[in-house]
Design a protein around this ligand. Structure first.
Ligand SMILES: *Cc1c(COP(=O)(O)O)cnc(C)c1O
Length: 408
């Protein structure tokens, strides 16, 4: 393994306790937890005064550029429990041919080709720390792939359930990384119910989005990394493709922690939660002024990663979006597919469909005046476009026939 100080140095850890995101009830750290007593996500809390005394932005700048550099703000206690496939810092790439001042944080560069690696590397490291032997999870594809990879590395058994129309590459990749994978005739929340039942029947640990406390902490590093890369000055707006919302919730938590540490001020980006018109429970709840979202029936969209009919963290997403002055926005599949095509053909950046959704939403926001072209905006492309079926746009050439050079 290449030498990486982030992995080999034993640093003090600062987790103080866990807290129910809904009621604030305290839970002890270093014990196995799923949801809180009221069935809501648990958030990890830190001794931020302690972190402030131990860690400065200057120290961070000197460390290797990966997720583990933020170790003092992460839950893993023992270095021996860290699993890693090289969770590199991801670049922020400008879309120069696009109108406006818009940048893409390209999470497709992470291990297993998606930002699910950030959440799952943390959840699996903590599963190892808490001596879990078998994990189970529902997935639309990318989370299952990341879970499988890190579970293999940690020597933990993984059982994964995905909707039967999950992108083929994801299903195969999950199995190739050592997990047992089942295709289920239902949606992701139906798969989640199977995991819940299997938890009772087999004692599996449920690694579903937000149903254990640590995936958020991994996703939080997107917020830490973004701030550090932008010189501790957050952008004016963030467009985030929202399924379970872990990343949006995690970044929002990171912003508060960084402010408490004195690394950033009180300025926050407007957070735009982007969904597909065929599955937009958060948008519907936002527009209705509700704090919880009702399940979206007959969910459909080509952007599999955001086809999540119901999210346990709905209120955390909606609270953050509202507090930031942002909005929840829906785009059509036609618009997101067009955005993927444009970014690839004009700017050379192959987005995933969910990333395309953020670009489509940004274009709408410019057109409607929600955003203006001068503002600095960051879109999240959460997986590599290479994981999705691409249209065949090639032409055939018969090398034995005369070639019409003028027509090529
Ligand atoms: C999972 C996923 C999302 C949604 O992420 P959440 O944080 O769960 O809302 C978006 N895009 C891609 C590519 C994904 O795999």
């Amino acid at each position: 393994m290449p030498h990486n100080d982030n992995l080999t140095t034993d640093r003090p850890t600062f987790v103080s306790h866990l807290e129910c995101a809904m009621t604030g009830e305290r839970y002890e750290a270093d014990q196995l937890h799923g949801l809180s007593r009221v069935g809501r996500p648990l958030l990890v809390r830190y001794d931020l005064e302690g972190v402030k005394a131990a860690l400065t932005p200057e120290m961070l700048a000197a460390r290797p550029a990966d997720l583990w550099k933020y170790r003092e703000l992460l839950p893993v206690r023992q270095t021996a429990n860290i699993v890693s496939l090289g969770e590199t810092a991801t670049p922020i790439v400008p879309l120069e041919r696009e109108r406006g001042n818009v940048w893409v944080k390209d999470e497709g560069r992470l291990p297993t080709g998606s930002f699910k690696a950030r959440g799952l590397v943390m959840a699996i490291a903590m599963a190892k720390e808490l001596r879990i032997t078998t994990i189970a999870m529902p997935t639309n594809g990318n989370a299952g792939a990341a879970a499988a990879a890190y579970a293999a590395l940690a020597g933990i058994e993984a059982v994964i359930f995905c909707p039967d129309d999950t992108p083929e590459i994801n299903v195969r990749e999950i199995a190739a990384q050592g997990a047992r994978v089942y295709r289920v005739n239902g949606l992701i929340d139906d798969c989640g119910k199977l995991v819940g039942a299997g938890k009772e029947a087999r004692g599996w640990f449920d690694l579903s989005t937000l149903k254990e406390p640590y995936r958020i902490e991994g996703k939080k590093t997107m917020g830490l990394e973004l701030a550090e890369q932008l010189g501790w000055e957050l952008p004016d707006a963030i467009f985030y493709p929202t399924g379970g919302g872990t990343g949006l919730i995690g970044m929002w938590k990171a912003f508060d922690e960084m402010e408490a540490l004195g690394w950033i001020g009180s300025k926050r980006p407007r957070m735009y939660a982007v969904q597909a018109e065929g599955c937009a429970p958060i948008v519907r709840a936002f527009d209705a002024g509700e704090r919880h979202a009702v399940r979206w029936e007959d969910a459909h969209t080509v952007a599999a990663g955001i086809r999540v009919p119901q999210a346990v963290g709905d209120f955390l997403i909606l609270d953050a979006v509202r507090a930031s002055g942002g909005k929840a926005l829906a785009v059509s599949d036609a618009a997101l597919v067009q955005a993927v095509e444009d970014a690839g053909k004009k700017d050379g950046l192959l987005l995933c469909p969910e990333g395309g959704a953020t670009l489509a939403a940004y274009r709408d926001a410019l057109a409607s005046g929600l955003a203006d072209a001068e503002e600095k905006v960051v879109l999240f492309n959460c997986a590599t476009g290479l994981k999705y079926p691409l249209a065949d746009q090639s032409r055939f050439l018969d090398r034995h026939a005369p070639v019409d050079w003028a027509g090529l």
